[in-house]
Each structure stands twice: as C-alpha cells, then as structure tokens.
Design a protein around this ligand. Structure first.
Ligand code: GAL
Length: 411
C-alpha cells in the first residue's frame, strides 16, 4: 500500500472510531439486578448503535460498595460519564455542593420534562438554582413481603401495626418458626429500622426527624428504637451474611414469614424468580404505614469533566424518555418516574404501587438517599450495628442525634 493511502486509511479508522463514541454507565445493578438496566441500554443501543457502551457495575445492594468506588473516581478526577445516585440529599449533599455536577435544567426544558415528572420529584433533585439528575424510577421502601401459601399454612394474617407484628411473631415462634422475620446485611437492617420508625412515629414524625424539629433523643424516638429491638428479636441470627436477595429467598422457601424490603424485591420475584404476584409472593405496606408511601428514586447525573459529553446527554435523554422508563421499570419492580407511563406493561404489584403513589402521603427514604445527607447515612450503619449488639435504645438515640447535629440538620 502506498504511504499516502495507508495514512488515509488509518485516519479513516481513527475518525470512524471517534464518530462511534463511547459511554460509561456506572451503577450497582449487577447480577440479579442487571436485567432492567440491560433493557434500558438496549433502547439506547437501538438509537445509537455505533456507541460502545461500557456497563460498569460495582455489585453490592443499595450501592454500599459502588458509592465508595465512585468517591475515589470523582475525587481522583476520573468521573464516570454518568453514575447512579439516589434523587435527593445523596447526590445534592455530596457532589452538587462540591460543585462536581452539571446543571440539567436546559435538558429538562428541551425534553419537556418539567411537565412529565411530578413537581415534588423535580423539587427533590433541585438545589442551588439547578436540576441535578434524571430520575429513572420511583421505588417504594415500606413494603412487607410474604409467601401467601405459607401464611395460610401457619394460620396467620399480615400484621397491620408493629405491636400486632410482635404478637404474630410470638404465634409463629410457638409454631416452630424460629425466625418469623428475615433480615440481611447492615443496610437492610437500616431499611427495617426506617419502616419501624415511620410505622411508629407516623409520616409527620419521620419528616420532623429530618427537618430537625424532632430530636432522636425524644422519648417517642427512643421508644421506637425499643420497638425496633423487639422486632429484631423476631429475626434470624445470621443477618450480616445475607444479601437482600438471599433474605428474599427465605420468604419463598418458607424459612421466614416476613421481610421488609423495597420493591426491587418485586422485580427479583417476577424477573429473576419468575413468580406470579399475588400467588408466588404477597405484599402489604409495612406495619403502621398503610397510607404512607416511602419513596426513593434512582437517578443519573452528568458529572463535570467527563470525556463523552454528547453520548452521555443522549443517554440521559433515553433514561428520561417514556420508552426508556417503560422498558426499565417493569423489570425492576419500580414504577416510572414519569406520569405518562403505560401501566399495561407493568405487573399487578406495580399497578398497585402506582395507585398508592397517587393516593398516599409521600415521604422520603433515609437509607436510600432521599432525606438525609451522605454524612449522616454513611455513619448511621455503625449506630445500627452497635444497637443490634447492645439493644441500648437511649445510647443509639443519643448517637444518632449527635450525627444529625454534625450533619447540619439536627438541632
Ligand atoms: C437501592 C436502589 C434500588 C436497588 C436496591 C438494592 O438503593 O435504589 O434500585 O438497587 O438499592 O440494591
């Protein structure tokens, strides 16, 4: 080949590689949690077939591991093109206040999203005059899962309050069920704590904890910690070794009667385990929270200093689109963040969640980043660990209050 031709060929290859582009998507949705994200990437690939998508995941429920890796990358100056973060304080209190994110207000306007996302959700992702991420879903945290056939066999019904739960627990133990409740690793214990708190203090009490008007040391909160301790006495002793999926499995195989988990469990039951909602698994609002929807939303943002700006903007457009959300959410167990999704594509469980989303009092999840800054949530795990070991309500309440003050919202 003549030299000029060789150079021309090499240039053509380079420029077509450039034209093809790259996109790195960073999340914790691997393994059993992967199918929904893969479906969303498929929608993106159908529109942008020449972009090489790097689906970079760091496994570990609730992002416990991914968040640590993300921190290293953000601080080290190698941000992923787009990363998963919970809508609300998790992103705002960390990467927005550190001035590491790009404002998405123009994108929200050009895509018409101000009209299709609920105003309260847009408020949750807004701060400092900007909008900072694109929500792909709405998950519910306060759900109690069970196995209908097993409850029938044991002759118990779904408890509606925590005191009722405790008496059901006694009944089940008498029938030989050693652990009526199943719980997993630390973050799932925090998740359970959240449901016990809201079911005991009420939605308003919960909100007051995060706006600083209710102290963790208030006797009502200390009392709720004591209830949480009694609830834990109904649970398995090998919690720390179980992922949320392994905990969910114990409902299906009948080892335990109840599990409190977000509705990604519905995605796991239907997508991974191929179980039918209503027969293969049952659900109810966690005790004491029937009229409350504890929400969280997975969202993706646009960090400053990324390499693939155009490809990432297109990714965010797909993520916020009706087609993208209706491909992702039916597999994930969540409902679309958009108000115009096609519910005929969703399971019976998700249809019920969509109804509750419209008719319930909405409050935000702490464990999943909506209401408290990362400085609080990342340290709260240790408070729970200590409580699990000591069952010292007053001590845990005092430690939580100290954390709240240090994180800037406690008074
Ligand atoms: C939550 C997240 C969900 C799900 C869950 C379990 O924090 O919002 O989408 O991934 O963790 O890992």
């Amino acid at each position: 080949m003549k030299k000029a031709l060789m150079i021309a060929t090499a240039l053509a290859v380079t420029s077509s590689a450039l034209a093809a582009g790259k996109l790195e998507i960073f999340s914790w949705w691997s393994g059993d949690e992967a199918p929904a994200l893969e479906a969303l990437i498929k929608v993106y690939k159908a529109k942008y077939p020449s972009v090489a998508v790097d689906n970079a995941t760091v496994s570990g429920g609730a992002g416990t591991n991914a968040k640590a890796v993300l921190k290293t990358r953000m601080l080290g100056g190698t941000p992923p093109d787009s990363f998963q973060a919970h809508a609300g304080q998790e992103l705002i209190g960390t990467w927005v206040v550190a001035n590491r994110m790009q404002d998405l207000t123009p994108l929200f306007k050009s895509e018409g999203w101000m009209k299709v996302f609920p105003a309260d959700l847009v408020k949750l992702i807004s701060a400092k005059g900007g909008i900072w991420s694109v929500p792909v879903n709405v998950h519910r945290s306060n759900v109690m899962w069970y196995n209908p056939a097993k409850l029938k066999e044991w002759g118990v019904s779904v408890p509606k309050t925590w005191p009722e739960f405790l008496s059901t627990c006694t009944t089940l133990k008498a029938k030989g069920v050693a652990a009526p409740l199943v719980v997993g690793e630390n973050w799932t214990e925090q998740h359970l704590w959240e449901s016990v708190m809201i079911g005991t203090l009420g939605a308003q009490g919960w909100e007051n904890l995060w706006n600083g008007s209710l102290k963790f040391t208030d006797p009502r909160v200390v009392g709720a910690f004591t209830t949480y301790g009694k609830v834990l006495d109904c649970a398995n002793k090998d919690a720390s070794g179980l992922s949320w999926q392994q905990a969910s499995d114990r409902i299906i195989d009948g080892t335990s009667a109840f599990n409190i988990m977000g509705d990604w469990a519905a995605g796991y039951f239907t997508t991974t385990k191929k179980l039918a909602p209503g027969t293969g698994f049952g659900w109810a609002a966690s005790p004491g929270t029937t009229k409350t929807f504890v929400m969280l939303a997975d969202s993706f943002g646009l960090p400053k200093g990324i390499k693939d700006q155009a490809e990432t903007m297109n990714w965010l457009k797909v993520l916020g689109s009706k087609a993208g959300q209706d491909a992702f959410n039916p597999l994930k167990g969540s409902i679309a963040a958009r108000t115009d999704s096609d519910l005929s594509k969703y399971s019976v469980y998700s249809k019920s969640a969509a109804t509750d989303w419209k008719s319930s009092k909405i409050v935000g999840s702490m464990v999943h980043g909506a209401v408290a800054p990362e400085s609080f949530t990342s340290a709260f795990g240790a408070v729970i660990d200590q409580f699990v070991a000591s069952k010292n309500s007053a001590g845990a309440a005092a430690a939580a209050q100290q954390l709240a003050v240090r994180s800037g919202f406690g008074k």
